[in-house]
Design a protein around this ligand. Structure first.
Ligand code: PGA
Ligand code: ZN
Length: 425
């Protein structure tokens, strides 16, 4: 039974305030969760409540959300059974009473929801992935490691937000981390040799002054091969252009490249990149409001490339259902704070799986030392996780947690590998 709930304002990896929650049970078990925060957010995400008081944190304080945790939410959930996650989450949703969690804040709700699950797991003396996923939870995800950062995550001219490597050919998760780390360091060397900066962006990937996706892909593929791996077989390439960020007035504005592309030209450009490079997965290839573009691209590329909906679905089960019946995407990115409770997150994952959509568990560009998503990736058996580069502790904390889970599972552990991605090419 939940006996105490404590919210506090901490800071995230970008130095912005965020919500952390402790949930204590009557048996003394403790769960703690910290809430992440995005920069290139989808328009239909649940509301991240910020104070807007310019006197504190440039308006980004989360005292109102923290107060909601310590007052209204605490009053509501104390006395509830932490084992009954669905009831706790339903109580949170009811108490908020708005469709987008704008009253108390999805950041307040999510902190309590996740901390409740962690407290319950502790009370059962189970690791979180086992508590949520049961005895079948033993699939370690393929990591999508974001080694070149652009877009809203870096101060460089690169239009596309993320260039990732996915070591699908590894035998184990730990080996995938080693492969990723080797490529990361090889890339560092080749960027330096070419006279580029090796400063990193929000997700720990390099943020060199590159202008085009081609240049970035050349560097990434080059680093994979120079590290002794076969691009497309050992390590495949994943991109997140985050297309909503540069779509306006019906066109895609590539400011780094200095060109504007119509939806059809943008789709042609992406199709060509998928053709010319070993790209196995593209996230948000089209903007969240460009449903026609999304449908056309899915029909065109969907059988040979994973097309992952982030902004277009916002981890929202009804948006996903609409997308499924519309023929939009064949995979979904899942970010717990886009929807605000664990129960809703798991429902979205289940709906995706039932429709044959693959699922990528994901961090946000603003993160903390919290590693819940690593456990959720194993708990759901989704087979893929996107949690940044091979630097910055806010990113590596998740990879390191997965290394620990793999060790704990021992001979039971399976690495998702090649089968998990919708690899056709
Ligand atoms: P965000 O970006 O966390 O800044 O929204 C991540 C993404 O677009 O996948
Ligand atoms: Zn994205």
């Amino acid at each position: 039974v939940i006996s105490r709930v404590i919210g506090r304002e901490i800071i995230d990896s970008r130095g912005n305030p965020t919500v952390e929650v402790d949930v204590e049970l009557s048996d003394g078990s403790l769960g703690r969760a910290a809430v992440p925060s995005g920069a290139s957010t989808g328009a239909r995400e649940a509301v991240e409540l910020r104070d807007g008081d310019p006197a504190r944190f440039h308006g980004k304080g989360v005292r109102r959300a923290v107060d909601a945790v310590n007052d209204a939410i605490c009053d509501t959930v104390v006395g509830l059974s932490a084992d009954d996650q669905a009831s706790v989450d339903a109580a949170l949703i009811d108490l908020d009473g708005t469709p987008d969690k704008a009253r108390l804040g999805a950041n307040a709700l999510l902190g309590v929801s996740l901390a409740t699950a962690k407290a319950a797991a502790a009370s059962h003396r189970l690791p979180l992935y086992r508590y949520i996923g049961g005895v079948d939870a033993r699939l370690l995800p393929v990591p999508m490691m974001n080694i070149v950062n652009g877009g809203a995550h870096a101060d460089n001219p690169l239009d596309f937000q993320e260039f990732m490597i996915a070591p699908v050919g590894a035998a184990t998760f730990a080996e995938a981390v080693r492969m990723g780390s080797e490529v990361f360091h090889t890339l560092r060397g080749t960027l330096l040799a070419a006279g580029h900066s090796v400063n990193v962006g929000d997700e720990g990937g390099f943020a060199p002054d590159l202008r085009t996706a081609d240049e970035a892909l050349e560097f990434v593929v080059g680093a994979v091969e120079r590290s002794g791996y076969k691009a497309g077989t050992d390590i495949t390439i994943v991109m997140d252009p985050a297309s909503s960020e540069f779509f306006r007035d019906g066109a895609y504005h590539y400011t780094g490249e200095g060109v504007r592309r119509s939806p059809a030209e943008h789709a042609d450009f992406l199709a060509e990149l998928v053709e010319r490079y070993p790209v196995a997965s593209v996230e948000d290839p089209m903007a969240e409001d460009d449903h026609e573009g999304w449908r056309d691209l899915t029909a065109r590329l969907g059988d040979r490339c994973q097309l992952t909906g982030d902004d277009v679905f916002c981890t929202n089960e009804s948006l996903l259902r609409a997308g499924i019946s519309d023929g939009i995407a064949n995979a979904i990115l899942v970010k717990v704070n886009q929807i605000g409770t664990l129960t809703e997150t798991l429902a979205t994952v289940a709906t995706a799986h039932r429709a044959g959509y693959t699922v990528v568990m994901s961090h946000r560009s603003g993160e903390t030392e919290d590693t819940t998503i690593a456990d959720l990736a194993v708990a759901t058996g989704c087979g893929q996780i996107k949690t940044g580069s091979l630097s910055r502790a806010d990113r590596t904390a998740k990879y390191n947690q997965l290394v620990r889970i793999e060790e704990e599972l021992g001979s039971q552990a399976r690495y998702a590998g090649r089968d998990t991605l919708r690899l056709r090419g």
